[in-house]
Design a protein around this ligand. Structure first.
Ligand code: F6P
Length: 355
């Protein structure tokens, strides 16, 4: 048995733990393991398929990033190519990809990715590649799993940042707006905001009214609290408005933090500053939770391959890790349920959710 591992989409802390878990579990069964570098680029354009043996995965559990590299632009169904005149075309290169799989003698693929990469993995499965998926994203928005690895580390990073901002906010009597990641779901904003004692948390699931945000800040002012911390997810939008994009062509989100900060300064007269945490949240050493989840996901993916359950994704269903159809995981993004106790907790603590 020879299996391949690929990591696609944005990196997330814990990717290397997944790779190590899968490689050691495969070797334990006497199987061979290879890694495809940079998503599927390694098979399509560069023939960068590397052997993953015990030495290759030694000492990587605690490292951020991915030893295999990744790309957010490597969809083999819509491969982008630049023509000599500078324009771009897209073409389907999956037949070549499947041929490359066969030439390399690969029997099964472990595709580690977020919704985009899992969607590609599912389509490859439908075209005949035996695939098992592993859910990865700091945003925690993949369906069917209680958690994705990377999320816990990102929340820790965001909470640390909010903790540190408190001193400047309080010393200078300012409003500090922190923009965190969270494209479709506000998990990072909600968890770090509550844990970091934010006063306002704005998430994509609850369109906000800037007047409510300002009311909260002014109420604090009257109570003698002359500073406030606002945490806003990059995908949050005002009621009746749209999300803020810095690169509409590639649908890159960004800018909502500044917009919120400008409105607060204008409407309350309070000096306001913005911090965009950005890719800091994707970096660094994974927390214990993410390391363990990554190792468990990697080893579980190999067990699922051994059972021949392809077209599935390993999911955290405490206390177990169980395979579920990738299609089921992709049916709906996992957004924050508005009737959850975490939302109720935020409200009970007096945190404004902008509604
Ligand atoms: O999907 C994870 C994520 O962190 C999103 O929250 C964010 O919109 C995106 O990645 C940014 O990706 P890029 O690396 O393309 O800037």
């Amino acid at each position: 048995m020879r299996i391949a591992i690929s990591t696609g989409g944005g990196d997330a802390p814990g990717l290397n733990a997944v790779i190590r878990g899968a490689v050691l579990a495969a070797i334990h069964r006497g199987w061979e393991c290879v890694g495809i570098r940079r998503g599927y680029d390694g098979l399509l354009d560069e023939d960068r398929v590397v052997t993953l043996d015990v030495n290759a995965v030694r000492g990587i559990t605690h490292l951020g990033g991915t030893i295999l590299g990744s790309t957010t632009r490597g969809d083999p169904f819509r491969w982008r190519e630049r023509l000599p005149d500078g324009s771009w075309i897209e073409r389907d290169r999956t037949d070549e990809l499947i041929a490359a799989f066969r030439t390399k003698g690969i029997d099964a693929l472990i595709a580690i990715g977020g919704d985009g990469s899992l969607r590609i993995a599912h389509r490859l499965f439908e075209k005949g590649i035996p695939v098992v998926g592993v859910p990865k994203t700091i945003d925690n928005d993949v369906g069917g799993t209680v958690s994705t690895f990377g999320f816990d580390t990102a929340v820790q990073t965001a909470t640390d940042a909010i903790d540190k901002l408190h001193s400047t906010a309080e010393s200078h009597e300012r409003v500090m707006v922190v923009e965190v990641m969270g494209r479709h779901a506000g998990w990072i904003a909600l968890h770090s905001g509550i844990s970091g004692s934010a006063d306002v948390i704005l998430i994509p699931e609850i369109p906000f009214d800037i007047r409510k945000v300002c009311e909260k800040i002014q109420r604090r002012e009257r109570e003698g609290r002359h500073f406030s911390i606002v945490v806003v997810a990059e995908g949050a939008a005002p009621k009746g408005g749209t999300v803020s994009l810095i690169d509409p062509e590639h649908e890159r989100l960004g800018g909502i933090g500044d917009k919120v900060a400008n409105s607060i300064q204008e409407m309350t007269g309070k000096e306001t500053r913005t911090l965009v945490l950005g890719h800091l949240q994707r970096g660094g050493s994974p927390t214990t939770f993410d390391r363990l989840l990554g190792l468990r996901f990697g080893a579980a993916a190999v067990r699922v391959i051994a059972e021949g359950k392809f077209g599935t994704m390993v999911a955290l269903r405490p206390p177990a890790i169980a395979p579920i159809p990738i299609a089921e995981a992709l049916a709906m993004p996992k957004v924050v349920p508005l009737d959850s106790d975490t939302i109720a907790t935020a409200r009970d603590l007096g945190i404004s959710l902008g509604d």
